[in-house]
Design a binder for this molecule. Sequence first.
Ligand SMILES: C[S@@+](CC[C@H](N)C(=O)[O-])C[C@H]1O[C@@H](n2cnc3c(N)ncnc32)[C@H](O)[C@@H]1O
Length: 720
Amino acid sequence: MAPSSKIAKACKAMKTKNLNHVHLKQFSIDRRTKHEHLSSPTHVQDDEEVPQFQFVQRGKKLKCERDTQCFSYEEPKGMPVMDLSDEESVLDKRHNNAVIIKHERDADELAQFDVPLAIVPPAAPPSLAHEDGFTNGSSSNVRENDGEFLGTKQLNSEVVDGSSNENCSDVKGNGLELLEYKQLDTEDKGDDDASDSSQFDIASSPQGNVKISLICNSSQQSGFRIPSLDAVLKLVEEKYIKTYRITEPGFSVVKLMKDVCECFLAEGTNCTDDGQVRSTNLTSSLAISKKLSAQDVLCGRGYEGNFCIPPSFPNEPFRFRNFIEVLPQIPRVLTSTSSNVLNYITELNVNGNSYCGRDIKIKALEGLGSLNPSSLVVVQKHSSCLDPLKASHHIDDITRGAENAKISLVNEITDECLPEFYYIPRNIAYENACVKFLLARISDENCCSNCVGDGMSLIVPCACAGETGGEFAYTQGGLVEEKFLEKCISLNRDPEQQCLFYCKDCPLERSKHKRVSGPCKGHLVRQFIKECWYKCGCSMKCGNRLVQQGITVNLQVFMTPEKGWGVRTLEDLPKGTFVCEYVGEIVTNTELFERNTKMSGREKYKCPGSKGVLRDEEALCLDATVYGNVARFINHRCFDANLVEIPVEVETPDHRYYHLAFFTRRKVDALEELTWDYGIDFKDQSHPVKAFHCCCESMFCRNVKHPKIKLHALWAWLAL
Ligand SMILES: C[S@@+](CC[C@H](N)C(=O)[O-])C[C@H]1O[C@@H](n2cnc3c(N)ncnc32)[C@H](O)[C@@H]1O
């Protein structure tokens, strides 16, 4: 093969990266030369234009732009050397996909609820100060009504608009439902649960101390002796673990009690001036004809809701929402008693997932609710920052079974919950993003139809290995070949050495300058891996089908001290291990642009030089803001990150669409955080949106004024 055509085959793509957006550049370069292309009757239609590029080897500097919400991979500066004679040569409308800066959607575009919820015992009536300084809460109410207190309370704050009516009166009205507060009667012999008679008494002092008393009537029990507290706690724990199928190892009654105290204090702090607690608007249970599952509630199915995004694709991925955001919707569909709310939350736990954040409190109170099922009301809190709870949060599997391997989540640092997003294991196309996988376009030379079994076991590598120089990129052991990996690392590390190609009407530049297309600054040539696919004869177990198999390693999302969520491995990973793909919504640059600028339909971006709206087909980008996988949590590390991203082609043989896969670039130990180099130039002052302050702690951090590292140390590290 002529070197130039080799280069042409190699030089086909670039990417830009963004915090939650990755931009795929897919220049349509046919495998054949223009001459071959024109003379061949097959593969490409006659009217298709052949992009023309000049590839140059020149020292160029890669620059990146981003901020906490977005960044783009700014291409190397330099004068374009593109053949300018053919206006459409680069951006062939069917083949070329460009890269555009993507800003994350503004937070206000997503449903946000500022007013979090918690569940607390109903507010006490005007306080009854005790001698010990404690103000009695719920139990004082009970006694007031001779053991059978229906502590009705008007729930009158508006949730949807976030405002709250602080006027908690005892009057029913305005269509608002009253909650029933029923305390067990110590004399109630007919009720099994109450036969031992128990009373849960919670009180607080002005100093913020909380006292919980358990009052038990032991008169029915002969030979009763006060048991040890430890034995009681153990018994209760066993009972609850069994009855409620609590799977979390950390469950304990002591923790439950502690949580109750914390909630009590938090909600006490949030009482209105007149001592009342803000409460939510619950609608009547009569409106509910069927019981919705917890997921229904969270995903907004089965009822009219204006905040939940309805599941729009087959697997109906769980939309992770902080409970504090979910709960405001519950009143729209659930019955008016707080125990219903708790039931739904219980269902969630039973489904195999446990949830983070304030649901820990909810879980704690679930226990309380079981002791006294109707004694809780849902109330709004003014601000989450008032919440003193710093519980350890845990989700068993954020993928809900969508991946081969579970991906757990822990937050041992804050009470922050996962940001709102749908977990998807594979890229999905948004509206206009045209991603066609046409088997007809896969010619014999682009697949290995004659292969059988594991193509990797063949003595002569199959056609799919052609993309990687006639050798498979993967080893028999399922790792990226050392040499190939090193090449990818070197390409990423030192783009100045690499080939660049230039296009005439650079979509990246166009997007950057909004309306004026600047000269293309050249695009980095990348190494590709080509995996076998459907038209290949090999089996699904073929070793050249690694990325398409999905995640197999043990990953965990965790809260880092300074960078928000991060991802770590729970097992040792050898060098060259496939970790995960960067998955998101495949959007066109037009869509991306509109998401960024929130342009209305009328003001759609007009591409300079083109007669109409920017062609959607020109660019594909990945936006993981709302739909994404675990990769959206992988943090940046300057230069010596332990992951490297490699484009992997699976469905299409012509680089129109590819997967961005992360592989370990060295051996990574269990519990190490996984990082990749976003390619950010922190010194780029020209970008209007500033980057985050990098806390990667790398010796080579590009965001520190006086790097800790001397040049010789850098070379020493490189030599490793
Ligand atoms: C793709 S997200 C990574 C996940 C993110 N930490 C989270 O909590 O969702 C990128 C964002 O993470 C944070 N981040 C990533 N790498 C960082 C670093 N080295 N130093 C500080 N913040 C970082 C920045 O806020 C950045 O905007």
